[in-house]
Design a protein around this ligand. Structure first.
Ligand code: 13P
Length: 256
């Protein structure tokens, strides 16, 4: 059975002091749910303090982006060598980075390879826009993003990669995809595409999250879907009580 994975993507939120307040509030309660992989992906500025505060807890730490070179004259960038002292996970290819910061399938692919080379676990985000969704292009577009992102990555490496299917129209809007639609795209598009590249056994073992307005009021119905292995959570990960609820309900739904 795939282990469910609930990860918070804090985006550009929380000072170091606020970050510590949040993780110190969640780490005790979350220790009751070791059957769910748990992570918080904080801003770079909070990573050192948060990773120290979460040592010995069940909560892992992730970054939200990185550059693909190890070091050099890349003002403002952060490398995998720097991150691996602090984090287990790194989100790559979030739609906000694709939309506002020039991320492309090609840079996503380079970043995935660099993360893997340094032992970081990528959480690779894919998902279609509202226009693509309405034009019936979701399947082709998302499948294309998966193929391009995983170009040149071996089956052995792929097993350690998490994919987050995040329809852009559902992010931050309060309107999640229906559980059935999210399940269908994850199973019949994301996992099916991975199966064409790596075979069924590898694809069946990979963790694929849903992201986009996942919150306490809809987590149960989303997690009841067999293809949805967890969530990448924005807004609801910023409140201790909500984040704990997401992990607790995920554990309950899966009998963990
Ligand atoms: P929301 O949960 O705020 O919709 O954000 C989802 C997301 O983008 C997580 O990466």
């Amino acid at each position: 059975m795939r282990k469910p994975f609930i990860a918070g993507n804090w985006k550009m939120n929380k000072t170091v002091a606020e970050a510590l307040e949040l993780v110190n509030a969640v780490k005790g309660p979350l220790a009751d749910y070791p059957g769910v992989t748990q992570a918080v992906c904080t801003p770079f500025t909070a990573l050192a303090a948060v990773s120290e505060a979460l040592k010995g807890s069940t909560v892992k730490v992730g970054a939200q982006n990185m550059y693909w070179e190890d070091s050099g004259a890349y003002t403002g960038e952060v490398s995998p060598v720097m991150l691996k002292e602090l984090v287990d996970y790194v989100i790559i290819g979030h739609s906000e980075r694709r939309a506002y910061f020039g991320e492309t399938d090609e840079t996503v692919n380079k970043k995935i390879k660099a993360a893997l080379a340094h032992g970081l676990k990528p959480i690779v985000a894919v998902g279609e826009s509202l226009e693509q969704n309405q034009a019936g292009e979701t399947e082709a577009f998302v499948s294309g993003q998966v193929k391009a992102g995983f170009e040149g990555i071996t089956a052995e490496q792929a097993k350690g990669i998490v994919v987050a299917y995040e329809p852009i129209w559902a992010i931050g809007t309060g309107l999640a995809a229906t559980p059935e639609d999210a399940n269908r795209i994850i199973g019949q598009v994301v996992r099916a595409t991975l199966a064409t590249i790596y075979g069924d056994a590898v694809a069946q073992a990979m963790i694929i999250q849903y992201g986009g307005s996942m919150k306490p009021s809809n987590v149960k119905e989303l997690m009841e879907q067999p293809e949805i292995d967890g969530g990448l959570i924005g807004g609801a990960s910023l409140k201790a009580e909500d984040f704990i609820t997401l992990v607790r309900v995920s554990a309950e739904v899966r009998g963990l």
